[in-house]
Structure formats: C-alpha cells, structure tokens
Design a protein around this ligand. Structure first.
Ligand code: UDP
Ligand code: MG
Length: 327
C-alpha cells in the first residue's frame, strides 16, 4: 500500500481486439484521469492477426502512458496476463479484458478499497448478460467441483478482473508453474482479499475467443493443476471395483460348488471385461494428464516469447540512427 504518489498499472491482454481497443482506451481515460493517480496502460498483443499491433503502436506514439509487449505468436490469455504482471511497474495492477466486459467504472471503487487496506479486490459477476443457461450451469458445476476437489478455495463467478497489490504481484510472478490458471493462483497466494459485485456486460465488439471445447479443457486443466484428488478418486474406484469383483467371484463359486448351479452365459464376463477395460483406460488417461503436467514443467520453456515492446522498438530505432553516419 502506498500513498498518493502511487502508480497504477492497467493490464489488458489483447487477441484480435482491433475494434475494441480504441473505445477501451477512451473509457479507461475517462475513469482514470479524474482519480489523480499516475497510471500506465499495458497492452499485451497475444499474436493477433488483425490490426491490433498497429493500433497499439499508434496509441503508444500518441500517449507514452501506453506501454505494450507483442508476442511472437498466440500464447493464450493466461500467458498474456502473466506477461502483463511481469511488466507492470505499478504499486497495484488491474487486470481487465479488452472487450469492455469488465466495466472500467468499477476501478475507482477497487482503488478505494485498496487504499483502505485490501491487497486484492476482485469483481464478482452478479448476472451474466448474454450467456445462456448452459454456460451458467457449467460454470456453476465447475466451481463446485473444483472447490470440492482442491484445497485452494476459488470463489465462484469471479473472473480475472481484479486489482492486485504489489506484494501479491511479486509473489504471483515468483510462482514457477508453466500451467497458469491465473485466478486460481491468486486465490492460492492469499492475502487480504475483497470482492465487489458487478454486472458483467456483453462483449463490446467481436466474438469470445473461447468455445465449449476450450472451456472444457480449461476446466480440466484447472482441476488437475490445483488438486491431486482425481488420482485418489481413481484409486478409490479401483478398490471398489476390485472388491465387487471379489464378491462376485465368491458368489459364483458358491453357486457352483454348493448348489451345483450352471453358471449362466458369457454376458456377465464380457460386460465385466469391457467395464474394467474402460475404467483402466480412463484412469491411465488421468495419470497421463499429471505426467503431461510434469513434462511441461520439466521442459522449463518460457511462458511466452516477446517479439517487441515499446522499449525494444525505441532501442531498435535509436540503434539505426546511431549507425547511420557509419554507413
Ligand atoms: N485473449 C488473449 N489471448 C487469447 C484469448 C483471449 O489475450 O488467446 C484476451 C482477449 O483479447 C480478451 C481476454 O483475453 O481481452 C478475454 O477473452 P474473451 O473475451 O475471448 O473471453 P471471455 O470474456 O469470453 O471469457
Ligand atoms: Mg470477454
């Protein structure tokens, strides 16, 4: 927590957001200028294929409070957010979407709470405009399941939109995992957290980058990143199946030996075989999931590759100017 001279970093991951960035910039200025705190806007271009980078570069030319990093390709929202937190120089940083779904008008209240001692302030969505019953139901299920399975309690209906104090940012940046489920990691880090309810708006322009399959993968990834309970469930189910088979074997033997009953058909045996085969494959997959995580972690590749930032472009420019007289 800092006094009035504080700097606020606004971090915005952008993937093909050419139509949203200009209005986002205007709205951010409208909100930030009356607050009387220094601020920087960090735009992360996550390998966009539209005019996002050009727009971002032009904004930086016009307004030096706009900083940026541009990735060599698309690395995903979580990597882009992580990069933003690494670049942020602020005493607090605010992470928000480029599509104006996270209303910048909430920022003054976040900053007020931060001044009053909160180290993290996140928005909790009251309603989800424009999201169907299926998405709401799956999101509800996802959080219930995740919190059941993992030791880290991750609040439901809380997205990535949040203010984070410098202390928390430093701890977040120090976390070594490759697999970054940002909101989960912030819950894991802890500190004094507060929430503000808000109504999430519809996307300003363009489409969501997430489809059902991506969301399913994200959920699965989040669960396996934060908990080893699925492995325990596998062992437990394995134990139950073994006990049931044992009981079935005893019953069948008794029927044959004591009462001389003919053991009926192959149906039972075949069904059991398929069931066991299926369960084994499923569990093998589950173990594989964790091995995959170990694999990416051990590889130790960087989370993202930055192609250019506002300082490398100016460095490049000054280099060309320096070398001019010698050519
Ligand atoms: N985004 C990104 N990289 C990606 C996908 C999305 O940087 O690979 C950005 C996107 O530009 C937006 C934010 O992450 O600012 C959230 O994405 P989106 O609005 O598509 O997700 P939703 O709001 O539907 O969860
Ligand atoms: Mg969005």
């Amino acid at each position: 927590m800092s006094g009035p001279a504080a700097l606020i970093s606004l971090i915005v991951p952008c993937f093909n957001e050419e139509r949203n960035i200009p209005s986002l910039y205007e709205r951010l200025l409208e909100v930030m200028e009356p607050i009387n705190l220094a601020f920087e806007i960090i735009l992360i271009n996550d390998g966009s294929t539209d005019q996002t980078l050009t727009i971002v570069q032009n904004l930086h030319q016009k307004d030096k409070r706009v900083r940026y990093a541009s990735f060599s390709r698309n690395f995903g929202h979580e990597a882009a957010s992580s990069c933003g937190f690494e670049l942020a120089k602020g005493d607090a940083a605010i992470l928000l979407d480029a599509d104006l779904q996270d209303p910048p008008e909430l920022i003054p209240e976040m900053i007020r709470r931060w001044h009053n001692g909160a180290q993290m302030v996140y928005g909790r969505r009251l309603s989800r405009e424009g999201e169907g019953i299926r998405k709401r139901a799956s999101s509800y299920l996802f959080y219930r399941l995740l919190n059941r399975l993992s030791d880290t309690q991750i609040p439901a209906d809380v997205g990535d939109f949040r203010l984070v104090d410098r202390v928390v940012i430093d701890h977040f940046n120090a976390l070594p995992e490759r697999n970054r489920f940002v909101r989960g990691m912030f819950s894991w880090v802890g500190f004094r957290q507060e929430e503000i309810p808000f109504t999430r708006e519809q996307r300003h322009q363009g489409d969501s980058k997430y489809n059902w399959f991506k969301l399913f993968l994200l959920a699965f990834d989040a669960i396996t990143s934060f908990s080893v309970s699925p492995l325990r469930i596998c062992s437990l189910v394995g134990l139950m199946v073994t006990m049931a088979s044992f009981a079935a074997a005893i019953t069948v033997s008794l029927q044959k030996l004591l009462w001389g009953m003919a053991i009926p058909g192959y149906a039972f045996a075949t069904a059991g075989m398929f069931l066991l085969g299926g369960v084994q494959l499923l569990f093998l997959g589950m173990i594989g999931e964790y091995i995959g995580k170990i694999y990416t972690q051990v590889q130790g590749r960087p989370l993202f590759i930055v192609d250019e930032t506002e300082s490398t472009t100016s460095a490049r420019m000054s280099k060309t100017q320096d070398s001019l007289p010698h050519e």
